[in-house]
Each structure stands twice: as C-alpha cells, then as structure tokens.
Ligand binder design. Structure first.
Ligand SMILES: [Fe+2]
Length: 458
C-alpha cells in the first residue's frame, strides 16, 4: 500500500458500554502487514481527531477531541468517552492527515432504573484460515445493543505442514506460529482487515474476553499448556495480552502478563453481565482463583437484575463422553469450583460459553444425574464463527447427559433478547464458511422458563 494511503485499514470499534460512556477504538496502519514497522507507521506519536454524533451524517456532533496514537502501543487509539445519555445510539469516526475513518455505530448501556429490553449477540472462535466471517456479517445486520465475544478472537497457530481438507481456506500473513509481540500484532492486523469483522465492530459495541488461543493452545494460569517453562510463557502471555489490548476497545490495559478481564457490565433492570475469566487465574483444582470467585459470588448474591448472565469461555455444565472421558480444560476439570458457583446460583442465572465449536444448550441442575433435581439456570453454548468442530458423537453425548437438551454442528452465533419477562436465545447458523455469502437461518430457539430451557417451535 502506498505511503499516502489511508491509515484506517483496520476499521473502527467501540466497546465496554456504561450508562454514560463507551470506549472508541481504531489503530493507524497504512501498511498493516509491514514486517519491519508495525502497521507501516513512523516511530512517533500521532494525534488523531475523533467525533461522536447523534446521527450517521454527523450533523449533530455531541463530543469531539484528539487522542494520541503512540508507537509503543502500535498506534492504537482508545478514547474513553463519558457524559453520554443512557440507552442511546451514537455514531463515531476518526480523522488524521485528511483521511477519515469509516463510521461506527455504538450504544450506551441503559440507565440503572431502565426496564428496557436488551438485545445482544454472542460469538467465539473465529479461526481466520478456516473460513470467512460471514456469521459476523449477519450479526452486524441485527444491530444489537451489544456483542459479547467469548474468546479465540484470533488463533496463534501457524500453517500446518499438511492442512486437512477445509482447514486452510484463507492464507495467514505468516506461516509461523505467533510467539512475539510483532507476530501477534501482524496476526491481529490480518484479522482486522477482514470486511465482515470490521462490519461487526462498526455495528455495535463489544465486550470481549480472551480464551486460550489469544495466547497459546490450552494455557492455564501461569502454565503454557503444552510443556515449556512458566517464565518464558509469562513473557509470551505479556506480548499476547498487549496485542489483544492494542486491537480491541478495552477500558483497562494489561500490566505485564496480567489483564483484568472479570468485570460487571450492568444493563438496566433486565441484565447484569458478569464477565468471568476461567483461564488466567486457574490454580490447582481452582478454576477462578479466590479473588475472582469471591467477586462472582458476591455479584450473584447482590444482583437485582432479572437475568444474571455469566459470560465466560468454556463449557460449564457436566458433559460425559461415551468413552468415559470428560474435558479437563473445561469446568468438568474443576468440579468443586463449579459446585461452589452453583451453590449460590441466583434466580435468572444464564451461563454463556463457547470454545467447543458446536452449539449446545443445557439445563443446570443441582444433581446432574437426576433430571428431577432443582433447576438452577441454563447454559447456552455458542458454536464457532469459523473454527472447524471436533469429531463429536452428539447422539451418544445427549443420551449420556439428560440435562443437555440440544446439539447442532453448524458455524454461526447466538442472538439473545432479555426483557423483564422473558429471555430467549436464537441459534443463528450458516451452511458454509469456505466461500463468502452464505445466508443465515435460525436452527433452534429457546426461552428460559422457571430457570429451565424450553424449546420454541420455529
Ligand atoms: Fe476455539
């Protein structure tokens, strides 16, 4: 790309909505995949103009300013806008040196006393080389109030020596696995150049949570997952989290290898989103770490919202496999932690998860073995945007686990509506991702009734 080209090649984004504010994001990158200088930018701070308006044409600008894009943060821009009206749609854009960015739409969270219905989508697992982000294009078309991304925003892998069929549909920027800050930055640039991902960010504010592949496969706590030394791993985690921050509209920066992901995002009287990090604080048999677990339980106990939406990355309900195995990387590997959370389950508990690249829906029960035991809430497990699913004997798993009520093997996302009376989840799917343009359809829909799943006839 020419030196005089637009620096807004990676799109715009917003996130972390509060009733009075939102974070606006972009990153200057006239030559996004440049291997020598990140984004092809000069090694100096650049001042970027931003505007926020009530209308898409920017006739009614309500706030504007300048923000510093610094080379040590890859010329990313994070503007923490405050003083806005609750539950209100806004539009934003950036400009620098005569170049104007695309326009983004965002929306603040409802006021604490608002009884407004909340419409949100959640998604996870978007492996670039596995296909096109068509699902995110359809998600964008819904113009939700907010999008939750539950992890595997990028994959760190390089190109396999002999990719299996359908598993290298689009070329990455490099055939090597990401381990350094420079490599993670180029991987995020590769992803953010995708027009469907850009559309989804420009359509709504996002709340994001990393899982394992933002760093490396199956890492946990201070351990790299597949062998290797913890100290080298923490350096890698610091690089990975820094690049994650540089490419997403977060409120907080990482400090070295630490990034505080657990947080409450209240959405009026209808929803409290409780964002939980089920990876970074793992220690021995403990999934959440003491501080986070105490935080979560106190939030569940004190929340007065109709729906307590616990958003996290990995399968929560018990899931037995026909060969007797269970997933050690999910909550099945941490049954005592799960039992402590469920012991405090409030009325209106809805767990959201991803990670497994298939759609599932579960009842959460006081006794997994007893279908008549108390209903403690529900779990909606969303499929991947593109990542290929594992071989799954779904019929056998459904038979072995009577609390699991639904399986589907498409790619897609989940679209939810939470009102003072009702919670519904629509599983939105596409038939293919190896080429663009797949239409979207709803493969199943559920309501929550008395803390149980109820399937809706389509
Ligand atoms: Fe994944």
């Amino acid at each position: 790309m020419a030196k005089s080209g637009t620096p807004f090649t990676l799109g715009v984004a917003s996130g972390e909505p509060l009733p009075d504010g939102v974070v606006l994001w972009t990153r200057l990158a006239p030559d996004p995949l440049n291997a020598k200088r990140p984004g092809g930018m000069p090694d100096r701070t650049v001042s970027v103009r931003w505007q926020l308006a009530e209308d898409r044409g920017f006739a009614r600008v309500v706030q504007s300013g300048t923000a510093a894009a610094r080379p040590d943060w890859a010329h990313s821009v994070h503007v923490r806008v405050a003083g806005l009206r609750p539950g209100t749609e806004y539009f934003y854009r950036f400009s620098v040196d005569g170049h104007v960015s695309p326009v983004g739409r965002t929306k603040t969270a409802p006021a604490p006393d608002s009884a407004d219905t909340v419409r949100f989508c959640f998604a996870s697992c978007q492996r670039y080389e596995h296909g096109h982000f068509t699902a995110l294009r359809h998600l964008a078309d819904e113009l939700p109030d907010v999008v939750l991304h539950l992890g595997d925003y990028i994959y760190e892998y390089g190109k396999p020596k002999q990719p299996r069929p359908g598993r290298y549909v689009r070329p990455l920027e490099s055939e090597a696995e990401c381990t350094t800050l420079a490599a993670y930055r180029r991987r995020y640039a590769r992803y953010h150049m995708d027009p469907d991902l850009q559309a989804a960010h420009a359509a709504a504010p996002w709340i994001t949570l990393p899982d394992d592949h933002e760093v490396r496969d199956n890492w946990a706590g201070t351990l790299p997952g597949n062998g290797g030394s913890p100290s080298a791993f923490l350096n890698r985690r610091a690089a990975a989290f820094r690049a994650y921050y540089e490419h997403l509209p977060l409120r907080v920066r990482p400090t070295g290898p630490d990034l505080r992901n657990f947080r409450l995002r209240p959405y009026g009287r209808a929803v409290d989103f409780m964002i939980v990090d089920a990876r970074q604080h793992r220690s021995g048999p403990d999934m959440l770490g003491r501080e986070q677990e105490e935080w979560l339980i106190s939030k569940m106990k004190t929340s007065t919202a109709r729906w307590k939406v616990l958003a996290q990355a990995v399968f929560f309900a018990r899931r037995r496999f026909p060969n007797g195995a269970s997933s050690a990387d999910a909550w099945d590997g941490f049954p005592d932690s799960r039992a402590r959370v469920l012991a405090e389950a409030p009325d209106g508990l809805v767990v959201l998860s991803g990670d497994v690249h298939n759609n599932w829906a579960c009842d959460l029960r006081a006794d997994w073995a007893d279908p008549e035991s108390a209903a403690l809430g529900v779990e909606f497990v969303g499929t991947s945007v593109t990542s290929m699913p594992p071989d799954t004997d779904a019929k056998a798993i459904l038979e072995l686990n009577p609390h699991i009520g639904f399986f589907d093997g498409h790619r897609g996302y989940v679209s939810c509506t939470a009102s003072m009376d009702d919670f519904s989840a629509d599983y939105r799917v596409v038939d293919y991702v190896d080429r663009r343009g797949a239409p979207v359809s709803t493969v199943a829909a559920f309501r929550v009734e008395k803390n149980r799943l109820r399937r809706i006839d389509l």
